[in-house]
Write a protein that binds this ligand. Structure first.
Ligand code: MG
Length: 205
């Protein structure tokens, strides 16, 4: 019997285009301001730095927005407003959570930076639906990996057959949880996954 429904956040509950915008536009813009550069110059430098750290220095944290904010000495407050104003909760989400909340324990399992998660889950009262939230910081590996899902099973004292996971990334939301035997559903709003909308969860559960 399913007791826990685990949901990814970015691309599943809320839009994730703002994150890309922060990477590609906001960080260069704030860097330009701090160093008195044109936006074009700043973009050139910042993009080159992304490339260098990713492909040449192979810096492990290159995917972490938290790392880059620190690297460029940008405080979270400087990106807060845009993040909060431009992230959208997908239209079916509240209705589905309302349906699920009395039947299951709902949790979020995300690789998002914790401050970003808190901003996004504050939108439309999302946070109140979730019994617990997990970010990749909750494991010693710092990744949304099987250790994180294993921690969920331990915390809720359940087996892998008593939980399902839903998310939009094939590797992190399907391969990883399924490696522990957790039934997982790939959400793709274009129709190339297991689910096209979270509404379909009502038929599965
Ligand atoms: Mg996602």
């Amino acid at each position: 019997m399913i007791k826990v429904v685990s949901l990814d956040m970015d691309g599943t509950l809320v839009s994730e285009n703002v994150d890309d915008f922060i990477w590609n536009e906001e960080i260069p813009r704030l860097y330009a301001e701090k160093h008195n550069l044109s936006l074009e110059e700043a973009k050139k430098e910042v993009y080159a730095e992304y490339y260098k750290q990713r492909y040449i220095d192979k810096v492990k944290e290159w995917t972490s927005i938290e790392y880059w904010l620190k690297f460029y000495n940008i405080s979270f407050d400087e990106v807060y407003e845009r993040l909060s104003n431009e992230t959208k909760v997908f239209e079916e989400v509240l209705e589905v959570l309302d349906y699920l909340k009395n039947k299951y324990d709902l949790i979020v399992v995300t690789s998002a930076y914790e401050d970003f998660m808190n901003v996004k889950l504050n939108l439309q009262g999302l946070k109140s639906y979730f019994k617990k939230t997990y970010t990749s910081k909750d494991t010693s590996t710092g990744k949304k990996d099987h250790f994180l899902f294993r921690k969920v099973l331990e915390d809720f004292n359940i087996t892998s057959k008593e939980i399902i996971h839903v998310g939009d990334k094939h590797y992190y939301d399907k391969e990883v949880p399924e490696s522990l035997g957790i039934k997982s559903y790939l959400l793709d709003r274009e129709g190339k996954g297991d689910l096209k909308s979270l509404k379909e969860l009502k038929n599965i559960l």
